[in-house]
Design a protein around this ligand. Structure first.
Ligand code: C2O
Ligand code: CU
Ligand code: CU
Length: 552
């Protein structure tokens, strides 16, 4: 643990010197240290600390300058270069700071683009006028800046931020540009006090991200035409940038804020104690705390989604561990000519490619050096290992917040129902038969209207995590769900525990219809708004599975 902190500091100084000149985006130099952390010993989970990578930053009144730049040596897993948002406050250097804001606070930030291509920051799940939300039409070129200034009106929750320049979102996010935007409020802080939770110590944000490495440990992102269609899959899943890290824990309750920051990989997360699934409590979804905790033993988490869990390590003996792992599931890449891309659970298929079902296998020369980790394989992600026993007599409250998680009220007359088919066009994934056109606004919402939108996943398609900017929606119903989804329904509408409360991203499986209800009166923004609706499979998004939504 000490080792990595020292490394961060010396690398930070080196990178600060290099950051004076704009760095070419893809100059991701392999480091001599590449790969050495993977052998033999366990790496500690990189925790949000007082500075450095994922440092906890409480913005003050002055605007924060976030420089999008290449940071040599920063990636914990291999010591390779990655892209990061760099900033300083009170003499401390932060990379991809975990921004911690109080509801009601004014947030001001200046993005400075030190990349060799356009970029813009999107605050995912954060309320804000569309000009503050990182619409791709506001992307700024190399050397340019963009200013943000808005009040934080969200309820407490685990939100995040990442780039959104059209066609480059996947690459820039994959190469490292992403972190948390955590909002706190009185209700949430009461829970934190009750359970004695401290952010960065016992309340832990963890971004899960799927990566692929070159021989020197450098991050590789070179999607093939097939990757662009199906989503780019890596060979391993990192937690806060580290391979299968370990958190030294105590016999108490921890809060885990999980973000799936992968470009395309869907996960089916569970916790294992000695290889046996252990229950946990789901306490929050995309838009913050639920009404009551719900005991579960697995959750699907798609790119863009967040879950907040409580993990109970009381009763563990020193040396015992709880492992966060992916559980086998059917990825359901049923898309036409590509065959059953892992259509059956493949528990034993760790690190094996399910293969393309088509008649003509790709020539060996075209195959990637390492086969992607199958989405449906069983693999470990990170562990909590109990190292000390502590007295802990807190009780999880029966009630977490005042939020209602009932199925949403149906929109009043005249209710507009929009059917949005998620299907494949001639080459690309489409929403209602359309792909992105920066200047077009195919969906128009009358101001302050409530709308019911039904996402319909094609039977021969693949899962699409659908995300709306600017507003939260509530999931009203799932119909026609595949068995592995239907069996997790918690009510007669077919909703899952992870559908409850406020959502900004919802996973739509092949053959399924998912209805969401959005109240476009809340929040109320001044004037006409142009927000985005898109698939958070970032390869799909960049390829145009995205539409402008005009809110009058
Ligand atoms: Cu997290 Cu438009 O995206
Ligand atoms: Cu978003
Ligand atoms: Cu998609």
């Amino acid at each position: 643990m000490q080792r990595s902190r020292r490394e961060f500091l010396s690398l930070a100084a080196k990178a600060a010197a290099l950051a004076l000149a704009p760095q070419p985006l893809l100059a991701l130099l392999p480091s001599p240290a590449a790969g050495q952390h993977s052998a033999g010993h366990e790496a500690p989970l990189p925790l949000p600390g007082r500075d450095g990578l994922y440092g906890l930053l409480l913005p003050k009144d002055e605007p924060l300058t976030l420089s999008a730049t290449a940071a040599p040596g920063l990636l914990p897993a291999t010591g390779a270069s990655m892209l990061a948002y760099e900033t300083t406050q009170d003499g401390r250097l932060y990379r991809n700071p975990v921004l911690v804001l109080q509801k009601g606070q004014r947030f001001r930030a200046r993005l400075v683009n030190h990349l060799a291509e356009p970029t813009i920051i999107h605050w995912h799940g954060v309320d804000g006028h569309w000009r503050q939300a990182g619409h791709p039409s506001y992307a700024v070129g190399p050397g340019q800046a963009y200013d943000y200034d808005f009040p934080v009106t969200n309820r407490a929750g685990t939100y995040w931020y990442h780039p959104h320049p059209h066609g480059l979102t996947a690459k820039q996010s994959y190469l490292g540009l992403a972190s948390f935007f955590i909002v706190r409020d009185a209700e949430e802080q009461a829970l934190a006090r009750e359970l004695d939770l401290t952010l960065g110590v016992t309340d832990i944000p963890v971004v899960l991200s799927d990566k692929r490495f070159g021989p020197g440990g450098e991050l590789l992102y070179a999607p093939t035409a097939d990757d662009l269609l199906m989503g780019h899959m890596g060979t391993e899943v990192l937690a806060n940038g580290q391979r299968k890290p370990v958190l030294a824990a105590a016999t108490r309750i921890y809060r885990l804020r999980l973000l799936n920051g992968s470009t395309a990989r869907v996960m089916n997360l569970r916790l294992l104690k000695g290889g046996v699934p252990a229950p946990f409590l789901l306490i929050g979804n995309d838009g913050g705390l639920l009404d009551v905790p719900r005991e579960l033993d697995a959750v699907f988490l798609a790119p863009g989604e967040r879950v907040e869990l409580l993990i109970d390590l009381r009763g563990f003996k020193p040396g015992q561990a709880l492992t966060l792992a992916n559980a086998p599931f059917a990825p359901m890449h049923n898309e036409g000519g590509h065959g059953a891309h892992g259509a059956q659970p493949a528990p034993q298929a760790q690190n094996a490619h399910a293969g393309h079902g088509g008649p003509a296998p790709a020539a060996p020369a075209a195959m990637p050096a390492a086969m992607p980790l199958d989405e449906g394989a069983a693999y470990d992600i990170m562990s909590f290992r109990v190292e000390r026993e502590v007295p802990y007599a807190r009780k999880v409250p029966a009630r977490l917040s005042s939020l209602s998680t009932a199925a949403p009220a149906w929109p009043q007359s005249p209710p507009r129902r929009l059917e949005l088919a998620l299907d494949r066009g001639r080459k690309l994934w489409t929403i209602a038969g359309l792909t992105f056109d920066m200047g077009a606004t195919p969906i128009v919402v009358e101001r302050r209207a409530q709308e019911a939108w039904e996402f319909v996943g094609a039977h021969d398609g693949m899962p699409h995590p659908m995300h709306l900017h600017g507003y939260f929606f509530r999931v009203a119903a799932r119909r026609g769900s595949p068995q592995q989804v239907a069996q997790r329904a918690v009510d007669a509408s077919g909703r899952l525990a992870t559908d409850l409360g406020l959502k900004d991203t919802v996973l739509v499986w092949p053959g399924e219809s998912v209805t969401v209800v959005t109240d476009f009166a809340s929040p109320s923004y001044a004037g006409e708004q142009i927000f985005l609706l898109h698939c958070h499979n970032l390869e799909h998004e960049d390829q145009g599975m995205m539409l402008n939504v005009r809110v009058k």
